[in-house]
Design a binder for this molecule. Structure first.
Ligand code: DAH
Length: 342
């Protein structure tokens, strides 16, 4: 009788670990089945000399017992492992995993809020292409040929041949497209993405969002512009908000102004958000330059109008005191979740 084989099998059995239920069954057949290795050793046992029976009998019994115990142990371990196929492991009374609901992006929330305010004033939404030509972004808006915005450093050009194709740097281009299509009265609000060749930092990004406004009719005055902006500021930042207009320059408006709102954090006393001034800049505006009206086929003797343009990120930053523009683009869910309930 092969004594080494008994020892080898015993060692092998003792070293066995981690099996699935199917593998344990295979193991049982291999060792203890009708043609199993241990069964065969017992068959052999019948043929050995009587004086060897005592020794081998004991060793075979030890081997068989070890195999049975090991198989039982592995079977129990396999049964306690939960797998999706085992319906017995499913506890249907456990609470389910809740699915995370998405939330509105702060830029969408702000854009919508601004649009809704102007809709109440009777403005319609107008949209235009992000890929534009020189005429709609610069030419029709009275930008002189040598204006720095027309430079590669500020604008992303797609082609630089005669009909320059570029990514719009502001939504003022939609003013032009609207005036080309429609005669006054015009009252539109133009939300959209704009692109500028800027290094990305906490305060600047190469993609951002603007909302442009345009109002053209007979006898529209600067007082109308002031009133429209004051009403908007009160709706957006609170009834006690005040505005201040500072003279400025844009090629497409004359006169032009920059609009500040009273700081709603310190109520005008001066804090680190308004850098101690009590005022926060929110937009540019002005009376549409007669050249701009004429360039789009509107009679500047009969009609006048005002325009304004604001950055959505800027307004959202002021509303929620987000200090780093990049947060709006990174889609870090920890940031986005802060706007879940809004
Ligand atoms: N287009 C300007 C910009 O991107 C913003 C602007 C200023 C728009 C004055 C206007 C305006 O309509 O009147 O900086």
């Amino acid at each position: 009788m092969n004594s080494e084989k008994i020892d080898q099998l015993l060692n092998w059995i003792n070293d066995l670990s981690d099996k699935t239920e199917a593998e344990v069954e295979e193991l049982r057949v291999k060792l203890l089945g009708k043609k199993g290795e241990i069964t065969q050793l017992f068959d052999e046992f019948r043929t050995i000399l009587p004086e060897q029976k005592r020794e081998f009998g004991q060793r075979l019994n030890i081997l068989k017992k070890a195999a049975q115990e090991k198989i039982e142990e592995l079977r129990e371990a396999a049964a306690s492992v939960c797998s999706p196929e085992k319906s017995s492991c499913l506890d249907t009374t456990m609470p389910g995993n809740s699915l995370d609901l998405g939330s509105r992006h702060p830029i969408s929330l702000t854009r919508e809020e601004i649009i809704n305010i102007f809709k109440k004033f009777g403005y319609c939404v107008a949209e235009g292409p992000e890929i534009e030509d020189d005429w709609h972004v610069f030419g029709a808006l009275n930008f002189p040929p040598e204006h720095p915005a027309r430079d590669m450093q500020d604008t992303f050009f797609i082609s630089t041949d005669e009909n320059r194709v570029l990514l719009r740097t502001h939504t003022s281009s939609v003013q032009v497209r609207t005036m080309e299509k429609q005669q006054p009265p015009i009252r539109v609000i133009c939300p959209g993405r704009v692109f500028r060749n800027e290094a990305i930092s906490a305060r600047a990004h190469c993609i951002f969002h603007q909302i442009e406004g345009l109002y053209i009719d007979e006898n529209v005055s600067f007082a109308d512009l002031k009133q429209a902006i004051l009403l908007f500021a009160k709706e957006m930042f609170g009834e006690s908000t005040q505005i201040r207009l500072r003279p400025s320059y844009f090629p497409f408006t004359e006169p032009s102004a920059e609009v500040d709102v009273s700081c709603n954090i310190c109520k005008g006393k001066g804090c680190n958000i308004c850098k101690g001034t009590g005022w926060l800049e929110i937009m540019g505006c002005g009376m549409v330059d007669p050249n701009v009206l004429e360039a789009s086929g509107i009679d500047s003797k009969k009609y006048s109008g005002f325009a304004f343009g604001m950055g959505v990120e800027r307004i959202a930053m002021l509303k929620w005191q987000v200090k780093d523009l990049r947060l709006y683009f990174e889609n870090d869910v920890r940031f986005l979740r802060e706007f879940e309930t809004l």
